[in-house]
Write a protein that binds this ligand. Sequence first.
Ligand code: ATP
Length: 324
Amino acid sequence: KRKIAVLTSGGDAPGLNACINAVVRTAIYYNYSVLGVRDGYEGLITGRVMKLDLTDVNDIIHLGGTILKTSRSEQFKIKEGRFLAYEQLKQKDIDHLIVIGGDGSLKGTSIFSKEYNDISIIGIPKTIDNDISGTDYSIGYDTALNTAVSAVDKLRDTAESHNRIFIVEVMGRDAGYIAYGTGLATGAEGILIPETHMDHVYLLDNLRRNWHEKRSSLILIVAEGDETGGARRVAEEITNYLGNKEIRISILGHIQRGGSPTAFDRILATQLGNMAVTFLNKGAKNVMVGFQRQEIITIPLKDVGRRSMSLNEKALKLLEIMTS
Ligand code: ATP
């Protein structure tokens, strides 16, 4: 029987198990046997694989995390490490590999595919940050966004009760997707994301005006990362500017990575996992499957990279009006 190996790599994201489920079911449907690689590239290098059957994926679609575990691997970044991974695949007679990972993992896969052309590889995009090019959505983003929204709703209750300003820092590295979405969905009075390179003075004036007019709670959503300075730096600026002592900081952190995936993420993960195997079965190799305009498409792995959010004029206007 032909074999497909599947692994999850990089930071975890909700929806990985739904994707593994789809890969396994589709592969078995097309008469492949499936091997799950433990701990991402680390497990590939050391040959930690296990056979996956339907019974292994029953009832995992709703679970956060990844049954295969994940890791970051320094060794896979060097040629010798990748050679060991190749040797393991050859030894085990595997020539199809599916990597569910972020842009770093997919970059690694692209390098690996150039070095060893006899392995067919398909990448599947996952990251709560949604910053992988070539796909409108990546697995995990929708759940992380919903987690952040429900957390901010709760913070609004306490902010409102005490007339406080809350600065809420959400994940997103250098991309503002989670911050922008959370801000819009919670009616935040301010949204600070890397892509707008927003003038802090404008933001502070806006907050001051809001504060004077409402004299109630204010919520400011800040994306983590250098560009915005993060919640602590913004809090200092606001304190200096407004002289207000009732500022609280909430850094949502890793809760955004966990939890049961939303219906959207489960369906996206299922479609991507299914099409990864379907394309592989049709002879595709060295591509990433992506979701663009309601279609599952493929793009060459070598073209996959990081993207930042593109905010057109309409999106910026919306931001301005909703926070004013
Ligand atoms: P996320 O950013 O969502 O956590 P990611 O896949 O981008 O996911 P990274 O830590 O960037 O996470 O990459 C995961 C692993 O992919 C790395 O630990 C490394 O093993 C491999 N990798 C990343 N970049 C490269 C590269 N340029 N060459 C080879 N391997 C790489």
